[in-house]
Write a protein that binds this ligand. Structure first.
Ligand SMILES: Cc1ncc(COP(=O)(O)O)c(C=O)c1O
Length: 400
């Protein structure tokens, strides 16, 4: 029989992070620093709001754009945090996570062959979203020497006559980098001079440590050329509720809404009600979870550095991105051997783009106890292979 699979789907590369989860799933007693989701359950009052809505009989569709109360809550939230105002009726769409919003944004703006500059290392879906929409991802690599921040000059060098948009995501998955205001202004300047859109995925916006999150749409003149994506998954520990949102000027939002209407109809109703509760009353929960991540962040970054795995200080999200150059191994070999020998799951940096090669991504969403145990196992691994001496490994061995 012939292959029925469309060529452009055949050409999509499978996500490079799945393989390690598949191996880990066959093993016992694995400590996972692999997955990018909160270890916390959704706060109780948010869960309760969802349950109440079901018991009140809210089991049908909502308006295509999302519950009016939720769109109003999103507008209020963005206005309160960043001073940027969006019209809930015309400029806000509730989506099935940022995942859907990202796809809609690409599909709404790209004609075949249009280029999108994608800053890497980045979330594994980013280049795929451009390709699925018929566009061409042009990747630009952020590097360790700028703590994985991108400069305007790097982006500008990739602009061609076909460039339509720049896709950035800070705080960043997988590096934990936050883009400084100076670099953000450089990106804005390139967008303005070349008349480009900026798609800014700010899903980790609330998870910053000792720095302020800058919303791209809040930069001078950027509101009109930004599609802002964010959602409930990371800040409110609500990955499974599947609620995200997009904000954009009305003409772009009209196009995204049209696609959303045919593709999804409306985002999950129970999740939307819970999201209203989270946005209006969830601030203390966010701060408590952020404080816990911050403690874990310090533990893991210090642990990596003490084992010779140089790790810049991640200022956002919940990932550390240490270099494994000192081991001489490839990031893929390192991850596979660490998993098989010591039952610690981390993800190779190269899964997130070429400039991630030689690094590993470790999520610090796991408990402090488990992070300490993982560091102990890592220390054993490093000593066994002669990457560090036993005395260098000793502090980490004492942690657990
Ligand atoms: C940068 C980034 N954007 C989007 C997503 C997907 O988020 P959602 O759960 O809202 O679809 C993730 C999930 O890991 C992510 O890291």
């Amino acid at each position: 029989m012939r292959s029925f699979i469309a060529k452009n789907v055949q050409q999509l590369r499978p996500s490079g992070i799945r393989r390690y989860f598949d191996i880990a799933a066959t093993m016992e007693d694995v400590i996972t620093l692999g997955i990018g989701e909160p270890s916390f359950a959704t706060p109780d009052h948010i869960i309760q709001a969802g349950i109440d809505s079901l018991q009140r009989g809210m089991t049908g569709y909502t308006a295509n754009s999302g519950l009016p109360e939720l769109r109003a809550a999103v507008a209020g939230y963005i206005g309160r945090l960043y001073g940027v105002n969006y019209d809930p009726a015309e400029e806000i769409l509730i989506t099935v996570g940022v995942s859907e919003a990202l796809w809609l944004a690409m599909k709404a703006i790209l004609d075949p062959g249009d280029e999108v500059i994608v800053v890497q290392p980045c979330f594994v879906a980013n280049t795929a979203a451009v390709e699925m929409a018929g566009g061409v991802p042009v990747t630009v690599d952020a590097h360790a020497d700028t703590d994985f921040q991108i400069t305007g000059a790097q982006i500008e060098a990739a602009v061609t006559g076909r460039t339509k948009a720049i896709l950035i995501s800070y705080p960043n998955n997988p590096t934990g980098a936050v883009l400084s205001r100076e670099y953000m202004l450089q990106v804005a300047d390139v967008a303005e001079r070349h008349d480009l859109l900026v798609i800014s995925d700010e899903i980790y916006e609330r998870l910053v440590y000792g720095v302020e999150h800058i919303c791209f749409a809040a930069l001078p003149n950027m509101r009109e050329r930004t599609i802002l994506l964010s959602g409930m998954s990371k800040s409110f520990a609500m990955t499974g509720w599947r609620i995200g949102y997009a904000t954009a000027p009305a003409a772009i939002m009209d196009a995204m809404r049209k696609l959303h209407q045919y593709l999804i109809m409306s985002a999950p109703t129970v999740g939307q009600v819970a999201a209203v509760q989270a946005l209006l009353h969830g601030d203390e929960d966010v701060l408590a979870m952020r404080a816990a991540y911050d403690r874990r962040r310090r533990l893991i970054v210090d642990g990596f550095n003490s084992l010779g795995l140089t790790c810049f200080e991640p200022r956002g999200a919940f990932y550390a991105f240490p270099s494994i150059a000192s081991t001489g191994m490839t990031d893929e070999d390192f991850c596979e051997r660490l998993l098989l020998e010591e039952r610690v799951a981390v993800v190779p940096g190269s899964a997130f783009g070429a400039s991630g090669a030689g690094f590993i991504r470790a999520s610090y969403t796991n408990s402090e106890d488990n992070i300490a145990k993982a560091l102990e196992r890592l220390a054993r691994f490093m000593a066994r292979h002669g990457f560090v001496t036993s005395s260098d490994a000793a502090p980490a061995l004492l942690l657990a």
